[in-house]
Design a protein. Structure first.
Length: 330
């Protein structure tokens, strides 16, 4: 019996504690459930108390991290201590990102002015490690939090994030900034409207043409996602020459992110004659490119989805093209 108590593993978080309480209060199989032992009752009371106390402690941790981030920047005389100061700030950002996986903590950070501080000071900080951590924290807080998203849009974070995505010299900053952009525009109509108003699709296009593999992949994926969920923006994208640019990207050395590029082209031709016409432009030689790409992808199991997009685009654009053209001539 004592060995059983020693080997018993109790849950380590609130969800586990609540599940234990449910299990203890529900009827077990058999004629009559056993009453909860005193040992278990005591542990459960203490665990619930610690969990509630822990939530209060997390608010204090958020405040302590903000105290670090609110420090004034070191001056010239304190340059020797600057590295240590930056390390502390980076650690504070890491702690906040972890804490703000909890939606309540993300809301508390917003109320305490932490997001305003990120936008006003740290997205433009001279240290790239602080810039990308600020963008990462913004993304963490914005995910699935309409209240936080609305606040961030009101303090005009999106243009700054797009600028970082487009032009920051540090590749990690660009990737993290785009991640934050994604959290503000997907499933967020106001964010998407602002994204379009600030020429966000052009930023994605340039991202796909960059040397940064992660940025290329995430840019193409976001483009595909937005076109899939918001087909009303096809005209905007096609009118800015996106079809030609996407085909040009496909002609670059093959990369896994080409799957998303092909997917975006499929979106632009489905139920949209203008996109279809652009893809059929003979100067693009898209039909031959798709034929060659399909041959290259055959027997590559890891490229199955890309091949499916390739075949789908060929059918949409060039299967029965002659009869379509005759119909338009008439």
């Amino acid at each position: 019996m004592s060995d059983n108590r020693q080997n018993r593993r109790y849950p380590q978080n609130l969800q586990g504690v609540l599940q234990l309480a449910v299990d203890a209060g529900s009827a077990a199989e058999g004629p009559a459930p056993e009453p909860m032992s005193e040992e278990r009752k005591t542990w459960l009371r203490e665990a619930l108390s610690e969990m509630c106390k822990g939530q209060l402690d997390e608010v204090e941790q958020v405040k302590q991290c903000l105290d670090v981030l609110h420090r004034e920047e070191p001056d010239e005389k304190e340059r020797d201590e600057e590295d240590d100061d930056d390390d502390e700030r980076e650690a504070a950002f890491e702690m906040l990102s972890e804490l703000c996986e909890n939606l309540d903590n993300a809301r508390d950070l917003m109320v305490l002015g932490g997001l305003d501080l990120c936008v006003s000071r740290y997205l433009s900080h001279v240290q790239s490690g602080l810039r990308w951590r600020a963008a990462q924290l913004i993304a963490s807080c914005a995910q699935n939090m309409p209240q936080v998203q609305d606040h961030l849009l009101k303090i005009e974070v999106l243009p700054k994030l797009l600028q970082l995505t487009d032009a920051d010299p540090n590749p990690t900053v660009r990737v993290k900034a785009l991640y934050a952009v994604s959290c503000l525009v997907r499933e967020q109509e106001a964010g998407l409207q602002e994204f379009v108003a600030h020429d966000g699709f052009s930023v994605l296009m340039r991202g796909m043409q960059s040397e940064n593999e992660k940025l290329r992949t995430k840019s193409a994926f976001l483009l595909l996602s937005l076109l899939t969920s918001h087909p009303e923006h096809k005209e905007t994208v096609v009118c800015m020459g996106m079809v030609q640019q996407l085909v040009s990207v496909l002609r670059s050395p093959h990369s896994p992110f080409h799957e998303h590029v092909l997917g975006a082209l499929c979106c632009l031709v489905q139920d949209f004659p203008q996109g279809l016409k652009e893809c059929r432009n003979p100067t693009l030689a898209l039909e031959e490119l798709l034929k060659q790409r399909a041959e290259e992808l055959q027997r590559k199991e890891e490229s199955r989805e890309e091949l499916d997009f390739c075949d789908q685009l060929r059918v949409l654009c060039f299967s029965g093209q002659q009869s379509d053209d005759n119909g338009m001539d008439r």
